[in-house]
Design a protein around this ligand. Structure first.
Ligand SMILES: Nc1ncnc2c1ncn2[C@@H]1O[C@H](COP(=O)(O)OP(=O)(O)OP(=O)(O)O)[C@@H](O)[C@H]1O
Ligand SMILES: [Mg+2]
Length: 377
């Protein structure tokens, strides 16, 4: 059988499965997921060199997972009687944070420019929209190497702003709600519009790992294109001309080069979250050792020098590991009686010998190159 034919067959089974899944006809859904898996497995075997192999494998995995889920659900339904459809969990329940994250701007080491940019782009316009006759950016992209504070910053914004904060994990949207990704995107924006209109409060939609929206995988062949288009449409919809509504979309990614230009254009403010420089590393060491007992010989300047190229989260891990040496020794020697010794410079030096920076320097060059090209206007 030819490749396109098999592919079409797989798509057909997957669609049928998803449709049945939505209708609650789980037996049919499972049957069709199985057929889709069989067909995709055939493709993988017959065309092992296809560039889409990893996509197919992921799809197979996710269908298998869904079958498992459905079987579990059916089991629990038959044990506990039928569930009403209102008990089915809605996407919004998952992502609307009713409890504010426990992060404030001052818990974030350095990132002065980023904090300033966010304050000007979000906090000021929310406080005094009348001072912004020309409007303000609705789309803000945070990009930069992993572990340097993108997610943390967004959490801190949630704390500074009185309103709704929606935390959307894009990878989750794309895989968890099989075949529903685009519908969920539109649900999220609809909720945001409704809230800001009815309650006159700002709504921040934070989409973490936003590059996943453009990923090759959404549980359905071709699904990612529809998700992308839906998202672009929604982004255009929030550029309201009355400047009354406050809907912001903050996207975060460590792979900005995977975003296409139409996408990038919607984020008219782009903020680079870089690796910590000397000053930032010093702040990080101080911040994360604040509650620990340090020996006299700790030389912060030396530690800062030794951690050039480390991310903020690497530094936190290094401190944790140095502390762990002390604790381990304490339990081994004293069996937990008395008090552990202070952390010494040697503890840090030993840890740094084995813990290297998690981000490849070559990779870092790509951020600079990308920023040069798409610098915010
Ligand atoms: N600027 C910072 N100040 C203090 N701690 C930080 C900072 N940046 C990162 N960390 C620590 O590293 C952890 C990971 O940071 P965060 O999740 O914000 O990274 P990220 O930039 O979103 O990374 P990714 O691209 O992998 O999602 C945080 O939970 C925090 O402990
Ligand atoms: Mg993150």
């Amino acid at each position: 059988m030819a490749f396109p034919y098999l592919q079409e067959m797989a798509t057909r089974y997957a669609r049928a499965a998803v449709a049945a899944d939505k209708d609650g006809d789980y037996d049919t859904a499972i049957q069709n997921y199985r057929k889709a898996i069989d067909t995709l497995t055939k493709i993988v075997k017959m065309y092992p060199d296809s560039p889409l192999i990893s996509t197919y494998l992921e799809m197979i995995k996710s269908y298998e997972k869904r079958i498992q889920q459905l079987q579990n659900d059916m089991q629990s339904i038959s044990e506990s009687g039928p569930k009403s459809s209102s008990e089915k969990k809605d996407v919004l329940e998952d992502i609307v944070l009713t409890q504010k994250p426990n992060v404030k701007f001052e818990d974030i080491a350095d990132l002065k420019d980023a904090k300033q940019a966010i304050t000007e782009a979000i906090i000021y316009p929310i406080k005094r929209p009348d001072l912004f006759p020309l409007g303000w950016p609705r789309g803000i992209l945070l990009f930069g190497p992993p572990g340097c504070g993108k997610t943390m910053l967004a959490a801190a914004v949630a704390n500074e702003v009185n309103g709704y904060f929606l935390y959307v994990d894009a990878a989750n949207i794309m895989s968890k709600w099989l075949g529903e990704a685009e519908k969920n995107v539109s649900k999220i924006f609809k909720f945001a519009r409704q809230k800001t209109e009815e309650e006159k409060v700002p709504v921040i939609i934070f989409i973490d790992e936003i590059d996943a929206l453009l990923g090759t995988f959404s549980g359905e062949i071709g699904g990612e294109v529809r998700v992308r288009n839906q998202f672009l449409k929604e982004m255009d919809g929030i550029q309201d001309k009355d400047k009354k509504f406050h809907i912001y979309v903050i996207g975060a990614t460590n792979k900005p080069w995977q975003l296409d230009e139409a996408f990038i254009r919607r984020f008219n403010k782009r903020i680079f979250i870089p690796l910590p420089d000397k000053e930032a590393r010093l702040q990080l060491f101080k911040l994360y050792t604040k509650t620990l007992s340090l020996s006299q010989d700790i030389d912060f300047d030396k530690l800062v020098e030794m951690t050039d190229g480390y991310t903020a989260s690497d530094i936190r891990d290094v401190i944790q590991a140095a502390h762990m040496r002390v604790i381990r020794e304490f339990f081994e020697k004293n069996l937990g009686n008395g008090e552990p010794r202070s952390i010494s410079m040697e503890d840090f030096i030993e840890v740094l010998k084995i813990r290297k920076p998690s981000v490849d320097p070559l990779y870092l060059k790509r951020y600079d190159a990308w920023y040069e090209k798409f610098k915010a206007l």
